[in-house]
Design a protein around this ligand. Structure first.
Ligand SMILES: C[S@@+](CC[C@H](N)C(=O)[O-])C[C@H]1O[C@@H](n2cnc3c(N)ncnc32)[C@H](O)[C@@H]1O
Length: 308
């Protein structure tokens, strides 16, 4: 596998999901198809793997890798759209579901998408640029100063959110902020040097916040987490890999809620990970993207377990 395309927490995820021959699986975040190819190989020709991604260019990229598995169906869909996902599965429930959140390195490394500050590109950041919706540039142009500050703080946990919001508003009075590098420089200047985070670019949190807002990432995740147990077959497993505390908090509380059930009477879900699984030191060293990864997994009980 090419460097940078190594699926995060690969072995740990596969161990917890335990795909078996003949099973029906969902990869809700197909990306470059690294996890998906392994799942497809394990479920084999008697199984079915629904591979979803909201970004059509990722499905195209993954298609090349997954083309040798006729039991894979790709679908351009948000992972919270269970109507579309179940339809792709021929109405069947899933024996396993995987979400590996965020964006892939292929998206990150393409300057025309506007996700990263290293190469110069337009401030787009939409997961599906052909699908309408608001771009990061539009948010920076139209949001009020307080809205920007709340967004940088709420979705980026950026301590200097107010200063950065003020700098954005001052700049846009003179001229629009057009490119990723213009924004990155503006943010770096707005944060006092002593406040720069260690090990990451000073604009990282602002870029994360804008990406989350543009793609309504937390809304999609919350909708998935509310609905997934109904679409999991008894004994089915779910695994979610998240990359920042906002996502992990949603996953943790949703899993616990489904475990407790309505009015605390006991739900249908059993946690497979009490604490999140994190990458070994070696993986973090070799793959910077893995550093903040957290994996949580759970299993839907079998009917006989429910009565005990
Ligand atoms: C980190 S990558 C997945 C990498 C993949 N596991 C692999 O092994 O190559 C995340 C992918 O999920 C997609 N994605 C993120 N949020 C999504 C959502 N709400 N609905 C559908 N796809 C989404 C992104 O477009 C991206 O391609």
């Amino acid at each position: 596998m090419a460097a940078g395309h190594i699926p995060v927490l690969f072995h740990e995820t596969l161990r917890l999901l335990a795909p078996a021959p003949g099973e029906v699986f969902l990869d809700g975040t197909t990306g470059a198809g690294g996890h998906a190819a392994e799942i497809a190989g394990r479920i084999g020709p008697g199984g079915l793997l629904v591979c979803a991604d909201a970004d059509p260019s990722m499905l195209e990229a993954a298609g090349e890798r997954l083309g040798s598995f006729p039991w894979v169906r790709t679908v351009r869909s948000d992972f919270s759209d269970f109507a579309a996902l179940r339809e792709a599965a021929g109405g069947r429930r899933f024996d396993g579901m995987l979400l590996d959140l965020g964006i892939s390195s292929l998206q990150m490394d393409d300057p025309s998408r506007g996700f990263a500050f290293r190469g110069e590109g337009p401030l787009d950041m939409r997961r599906d640029p052909g699908g309408g919706g608001t771009t990061a540039a539009e948010i920076l142009r139209n949001a009020r100063e307080k809205e920007l500050a709340d967004l940088f703080y709420g979705f980026g946990e950026e301590r200097y959110s107010r200063r950065i919001a003020r700098a954005v508003v001052e700049r846009r009075r003179r001229e629009p902020i057009r490119t990723t590098t213009e924004l990155a420089e503006l943010v770096a200047k707005a944060i006092p040097r002593k406040g720069w985070p260690r090990g990451i670019h000073p604009a990282t949190r602002v870029f994360q916040a804008l990406r989350i807002a543009v793609n309504r990432e937390l809304e999609s995740l919350a909708a998935f987490l509310e609905a997934f147990p109904e679409h999991l077959s008894p004994g089915g497993r779910v695994a979610v890999i998240s990359f920042h505390s906002l996502e992990d908090r949603l996953v943790k509380t949703a899993f616990r809620r489904h475990e407790r059930g309505a009015e605390g009477k006991g739900g249908t879900l059993r946690l497979l990970t009490r604490k999140p699984v994190v990458p070994a030191e070696r993986e973090s060293r070799e793959n910077p993207r893995a550093r903040s990864a957290k994996l949580r997994a759970a299993r839907k009980e079998l009917p006989e377990e429910e009565s005990t």
